[in-house]
Design a binder for this molecule. Structure first.
Ligand code: ACO
Length: 427
């Protein structure tokens, strides 16, 4: 028999199995807690609760480690491609050359969207936030691809996964084009996944689009850095939505909605806005004081993380990528200097050290994306594009799990106990 955990409350005692993962903290299996004791656990924000079993991504927040299927994120960002990482996340192993060629081919054959779907954009106001457009258009995919929504059929799941990954760049680029009033571009399947996205975003039908290799590489690396991140809020949203049997397009739309929030995917937009507000390094001390002030809602955006209590390994890659992109594009962005100094000052400040607040992936990404030419409103869209593969892989893992159940948390009820209705005239 493996390790056991004992819980005593009042005159009750119950034993629970302790489960071990391949690495990481052990987990107390409390599935029988309610049946055995009539009690629930209380864990708002899931700070101590493992909501599922997963073999996709591992994070050691104390050490600043992020692994996809065992491979360190730094190695993947340096040597792999977003398509290869996508294959790895979906299938569990790195592809052979033939498997890579086949996967690239399959994804490139799904890049077009149903022509009628493009009509949807015209229903939005031009000044709509592109994330609002993404929620609507991705949700609408389920109305177009009925032939891949039977979630009990592995082949349907495979096709819908490929469709989502392949169509996301087309949908995201169209959201941008609609906002600026330019015509949509159709995909060009002779380009890489990322090159095709850049062309659909920044190209125009009137002339040839010239891909900048350094930009294509940086963008691909940003996609790798955002591909998956364990059971974060949007991934948990996708799993929860999917646990009821909802189709994958609807589930990913739910993930996009969750990602939009400033505490999650919206943070890179907020981080760049913050750097612009700070402006020059001489203003940094003022903003550091504001971030430390309990009565001021201001937080240092791009700093802090629920899981990382050390440097986010993605921020390390992001910081070196900023230099590469600014050099390649010959852009001198003074905000990079402000960001570097802000990081240094914060890391040497007791408040941030005690609370273990370090730069996260969003701290530097805004500077790169802005140098490439993206408006801040597109930042979270890019995150959604890249995270789609993680969402889809996690959703597939959940559906394939024979022990999967509908997600249905319990609560600690603190409202009124039963009372009788009083007619309006008697109140
Ligand atoms: N600036 C100043 N203080 C902070 C910050 C920050 N960025 N982040 C956390 N703190 C403080 C909190 O005020 C709190 O202080 P207290 O203990 O005195 O009350 C303490 O640190 C712990 O913070 P919590 O919000 O309780 O930690 P939690 O794990 O719930 O939040 C979060 C993590 C939401 C990411 C938070 O650090 C934050 O708001 N950061 C800024 C937003 C951001 O960059 N989000 C991106 C996350 S990465 C991603 O989604 C890809």
């Amino acid at each position: 028999m493996g390790d056991q955990a004992k819980l005593s409350a009042g005159d009750q005692t119950a034993d629970f199995a302790v489960l071990k993962g391949s690495v990481g903290p052990d987990v107390v299996d409390i599935r029988k807690l309610y049946a055995d004791t009539g009690m629930f656990t209380f864990d708002p924000g899931f700070t101590s609760t493992a909501s599922c079993e997963s073999a996709l991504t591992y994070i050691d927040g104390e050490e600043g480690v992020l692994l996809h299927r065992g491979y360190p994120i730094g190695q993947l960002a340096e040597s792999s491609s977003f398509m290869e990482v996508s294959y790895l996340l979906l299938n569990g192993e790195l592809p052979s050359q033939q498997e890579m060629t086949d996967f690239n081919y399959t994804i490139s054959r799904h890049t077009m969207v149903h022509e009628q779907l493009l009509q949807f954009y015209k229903g939005f106001r031009r000044d709509a936030h592109p994330m609002a457009v993404m929620c609507g258009v991705v949700g609408a995919l389920s109305a177009f691809y009925h032939d891949s929504t039977d979630i009990s059929d592995p082949e349907h799941r495979r096709i819908s996964s490929h469709r989502l990954i392949a169509k996301m760049p087309t949908i995201a680029a169209a959201a941008y084009k609609f906002a600026i009033g330019q015509p949509f571009l159709y995909p060009d399947n002779s380009l890489s996944y990322t090159g095709n996205f850049l062309r659909m975003t920044f190209g125009v039908p009137a002339e040839e689009y010239e891909l900048h290799p350094a930009v294509e590489r940086a963008m691909d690396r940003i996609f790798i850095l955002h591909a998956d991140h364990e059971q974060n809020a949007s991934t948990s949203t996708v799993r929860l939505a999917g646990s009821s049997g909802a189709n994958p397009f609807a589930c990913i739309a739910a993930g996009i909605a969750c990602l939009w929030g400033p505490a999650h995917g919206g943070a890179n937009e907020a981080a760049l806005n913050m750097l612009r507000e700070i402006g020059t390094p001489d203003k940094i001390p003022h903003y550091i004081e504001r971030a430390k002030d309990k009565d001021d809602p201001f937080r240092l955006m791009g700093f802090g993380h629920r899981v990382y209590k050390n440097y986010d390994p993605r921020a390390t890659v992001m910081q070196s990528t900023v230099r590469e992109v600014l050099d390649a594009l010959k852009v001198d962005d003074p905000l990079f200097e402000t960001a570097l100094q802000l990081e240094e000052i914060a890391l040497n400040d007791d408040y941030f050290a005690e609370k273990k607040l370090f730069p996260n992936v969003d701290f530097y990404s805004g500077i790169i994306l802005s140098a490439i030419g993206f408006p801040t409103t597109m930042f979270t869209v890019l995150f959604a594009l890249a995270r789609t593969v993680g969402w889809v892989a996690q959703w597939n893992e959940m559906i394939s799990d024979p022990g999967q159940k509908i997600g249905r948390p319990r609560q600690l009820y603190t409202g009124p106990v039963q009372r009788d209705y009083v007619p309006l005239e008697k109140r």
